[in-house]
Ligand binder design. Sequence first.
Ligand code: GLC
Length: 743
Amino acid sequence: MTFTTDRRSLLKGGATLAGLSLAGPGFAQSDRVASLLAKMTPAEKAGQLSCFSDQIRPIGVPFNPNLPTGGATAQLERVRTGAIGMLFNGVGYAGARKAQQAAVEGTRLKIPLIFAGDVIHGLRTAYPLPIAEACAFDTDLAERTARAAALESTALGIHWTFAPMVDVARDQRWGRVAEGSGEDPYLGTRLAVARVHGFQGNDLRDPTRVAACAKHFAAYGAVSGGMDYNATEISPATLREVHLAPFQACVDGGVATLMSAFNDIDGVPASGNHWLMSDLLRGEWRFKGMVVGDYTADEELIAHGFAADGRDAAKKAFMAGMDMAMQSDLYNRWLPDLVEKGEVPVARLDEAVTRVLRLKEAVGLFDNPYRSVSQRAERTSVSTKSMLALSREAGARSIVLLKNDGNLLPLKDNPGRVALIGPFGEDRANVVGTWAFMSDAALNVSIAQGLRNRKLAFTSVKGSEVEAPIPGGIEAAVAAARAADVVLLAIGETQDMSGEAQSRTEIVVPAAQMALAEAVAAVGKPVVVLLRHGRALALSGAVKAAPAILATWFLGSESGNSIADVLFGDVNPSAKLSASFPHASGQQPYFYNHKSTGRPAPDQGDQAYKARYRETKNEALYPFGHGLSYTSFTIGDVAVPATMTDRIEISATVTNTGTRRGDEVVQLYIRDRVASRTRPVRELKGFERVTLAPGATKTLRFTLNRTDLRFWGDRDWVVEPGEFDVWVATSSTGGERKTFTLA
Ligand code: GLC
């Protein structure tokens, strides 16, 4: 069977995802699938639609609730009965071989298993958290780390990753902001498409490629109050413009699968939402891939109060469009009965099974069930030097220089006496971030190790625990600061303070660490804050006042080396915030592309009765798109045509006005001044990363098409003539405002 690659120009700028498209006409009807289907019993069909956490080669970390305890023997037996179509989150050649043998030799029809896993930002080799990597504004980097993760996954017996997570999140209290690409749908969409291509490549039969899974469909990032699993209350326009945008781009680009979400959307749970998973996904977007439910999301329809019992939940999830059930076993238990009683049409059952079998065929499992199950690959393609080098590069490109008063950074190679203070100085247990259970902790490089790798002499004092004081800790830290010429203050969150089920009410540095920071700052030596965090934080006190602040997120295996590379200037920081740092924790949700309101607070002048808080204006301490460099750049000669019909070209120059070579991320923002629906005060519509030597200038050209100016009207996308503001800037608050008129 030949597979055509499906090229579609996704976004302006022709960013295309050349990927095998299950969504497009290029996917020929398969005789093998049709003939298999004809032989299958309803029970065998239900088995292909059922997946479970791998007990045969378990990760051994309780990362999901009620993780099954059936054990390998029981699960192997279930594989042999054909009750399992996929296993997830098992790793390693030997267990994969054993499980696959049970499927292809033990079952009646010898249908192979497909193995999946949560390879969200790397497997054994961990790359930066997606929210951190998004700060690089670098689609090529995102594709490269996804590609490397696919290489390692297929060397460890995984064919399908439950990534990219493409949920746009605007409330940093939500722990899963860590897994996404930040607050902006345009940036999120560009990176989602790049990651899908990195995972899938141009042909899924390539044994080093994995099927991707855009998740969580949909609007999981809109949970009310930032509380995980909560209901969402969003308008159709926000749903379309913000939360669905990355999914639609992935579908258009040929993503193989989607995963349905836990949350409800205005009262209808996503995992039981026929409009979402059928009318929109199949009818409007023409998606032909497969939808897997999130972990027991079908069964949770009962707790939602949307289904009466397991049978009802299975019927509602399945008929809404969830093809495969994860962990609940409800499809095995109820689909044959529902079909026999005529409550589920055979055609719907066959449709779902066809999608699963096509996925297995697309990945090449019918030709070679032991694809990606290779002892040799496990030895040669895991945590390779190039993967570790990529992790280190990606980490350094994800670090945001928030502040650098007096050009304190970069440190000189001989910076004098250095004190490394804080609970994350020597720490190796919190460098990967959430979804760390798949990574090889032995690879983790602490900040201290990164400094030692540079042969730097320094004093290291923990000073406090993450959320508790250490008796005598502050005194020891103060003494170390007194004896130092510069202090590196390594503070922030542990990796389990973000991620799934880790929403926080206060997005702040824990109090024990703030006390440490205040005492150390009072000594009066220059302090460089090395912030560790899985979300944007509200900074205050001595942390906010420090002369230099590096937002280092969770950078993955090579974290300490990446941080040292930026600290000492081997890498000139160029990252820009993918999520706004608010002035206060209570300012959530906060996002740069907010509405104006009828009473926007002016920059200067009377603030009474304006859209603001008593304590702070409706703005960020460090906004989306912000990030400094060790050099400086200016934007000039911004040329914007006065009028636009189908498209316009906007040009500008960017000049390196400093003394170091560096990268700048030039961003294009618009504002639709007057429209039939209120529009955001700014919307990102383009970005370009440029590398310039000192004194060099480059002319950039951005193209805006009419479709880039669309918004969701009453029932469809609309573009309305009128005046648009446009900025070519280096952050979401910068740039000189220009205007054009759309005819
Ligand atoms: C989890 C997550 C989902 C993950 C799945 C399998 O609950 O919500 O992102 O892929 O279960 O581990």
